[in-house]
Design a protein around this ligand. Structure first.
Ligand SMILES: [Zn+2]
Length: 422
């Protein structure tokens, strides 16, 4: 069905467009003129009409861990969060470190996904950090980036070779920044609260040292390296300095690192256990400053579902990670736009559309005529309460149950088709 979206505030950051107007969809694509025949009309009064949002950091858990999430359930949660496209991480079982697993994920997405799914491939075989994965054949199978997310290549020479190889395919390298020896068995931020609670610490420097390694390799190899889910204020300072010298390094943050601090772990609730860990209020403020001054240019969820029985164990034993797809937009709107006013909604939309599209070279993230009609309609002022029982995910591991939030996606359209609406 063709569409006319009326009365909305259309924001398309790449075209520097922010105006009240109408947006048309004909044959699944954005059109410059109204549909010629019968069509549906959507009233977007008091709403923002944005290019379909993109989350470049999602764990869909298929293949191998469908008790946590499936491509079907995860993409439903994504659609309900306002996302039209997501990049899924390769730490599945088996890991997505070869073209046949990538092809399997793409096939499964074609059958069961309600939105666009773009697979990433592992940097190294088995995510072991030793031997490079067959990057060229994974590119042919459709990956948009390489990452060992959940793991981190420790050997700098292996990483250098992978970065040089990625350069041949104009492929970004995304990195989960963690020095294994420094982290050891750390389960939370190393500081006052880890001492008080008697839990092993994961120091900031163990992230910053790998962020610095990545900056040096991005400079040496002139290849774009993207640092995933920054948690430390020191990492922001390193990325700021590198970007000011034109080094092709980018960084993302996830909402939990600015919404929560390590103090929350006093409850020993494993829904506050993530990797990298929650840090201090000062870190959260420095991450927000990094967003405000343009050091951090991407937002993502690190949506990491785990089953109830897996998280309901002692804090040290529980797996890292929380759900994110259905709360990330609202948390970022609440904190970055409404509460701290670090950025306006146009910047926030850029961080979820044109910026990720540019990083992974996707022809998405804009409302230009002729492009796929991926559209997210957002009510930026809607006050609502997140209830985990209403989630589309197969898992319930979130610390945000019952949180009052301001702003939410109300309608998600992929290739002209409504995939979710409030
Ligand atoms: Zn990670």
């Amino acid at each position: 069905m063709d569409l006319a979206i009326k009365n909305g505030r259309i924001i398309d950051p790449v075209a520097d467009r922010d105006e009240l107007g109408e947006l048309y969809v004909v044959n699944g694509r954005i059109a410059a003129t109204p549909p010629p025949g019968e069509h549906e009309t959507i009233d977007a009064r008091n709403k923002v009409v944005a290019p379909g949002l993109i989350d470049i950091h999602v764990h869909l858990r298929e293949p191998g861990q469908s008790h946590k999430e499936t491509i079907e359930s995860g993409t439903k949660a994504a659609a309900a969060g306002g996302f039209c496209s997501i990049a899924c991480m390769p730490n599945t079982e088996p890991p997505a470190d070869n073209p046949s697993t990538i092809a399997w994920i793409a096939d499964r997405a074609r059958e069961s996904a309600s939105i666009n799914v773009f697979p990433t491939g592992a940097i190294t075989k088995g995510l072991k950090g030793e031997e490079m994965a067959p990057i060229g054949s994974m590119v042919q199978a459709g990956i948009i980036a390489i990452t060992d997310d959940g793991h981190c290549v420790q050997n700098n020479e292996v990483m250098r070779r992978a970065v040089e190889y990625a350069r041949m395919f104009d492929l970004p390298v995304m990195d989960h920044c963690q020095d294994y020896d420094m982290v050891g068995d750390g389960v939370m931020h190393e500081g006052y609260w880890s001492t008080v609670l008697g839990l092993s610490g994961w120091p900031r420097a163990a992230e910053e040292i790998i962020v610095m390694r990545n900056i040096l390799l991005a400079e040496l190899c002139d290849t774009r390296i993207h640092c995933q889910h920054l948690s430390s204020g020191g990492s922001v300072r390193l990325v700021r300095e590198a970007r000011s010298r034109g080094i092709p390094v980018t960084a993302e943050i996830c909402p939990h690192h600015i919404a929560l601090t390590d103090e929350c772990i006093g409850s020993f609730d494993a829904n506050y256990k993530m990797n990298p860990p929650l840090r201090t209020q000062r870190d959260a403020e420095e991450l927000i400053e990094g967003v405000a001054d343009g050091t951090i240019t991407l937002l993502a969820s690190d949506h990491a579902p785990h089953a109830y029985f897996e998280k309901e164990v002692e804090f040290d034993q529980a797996p890292f990670g929380i759900l994110g797809l259905e709360t990330e937009l609202a948390l970022f709107l609440t904190i970055l736009v409404h509460r701290t006013k670090a950025i306006d909604i146009k910047r926030l939309i850029a961080m979820y559309t044109v910026n990720p599209a540019a990083l992974v070279r996707l022809p998405k993230g804009t409302l230009a005529p002729g492009r796929d009609a991926d559209i997210t309609i957002i009510d930026p002022d809607l006050e609502w309460t997140f209830r985990k029982e209403e989630s589309f995910s197969r898992s319930r591991n979130t610390p945000f149950d019952g949180w009052k939030l301001k702003g939410r996606a109300v309608h998600t359209i992929v290739a002209g088709k409504t995939v979710w609406k409030l």
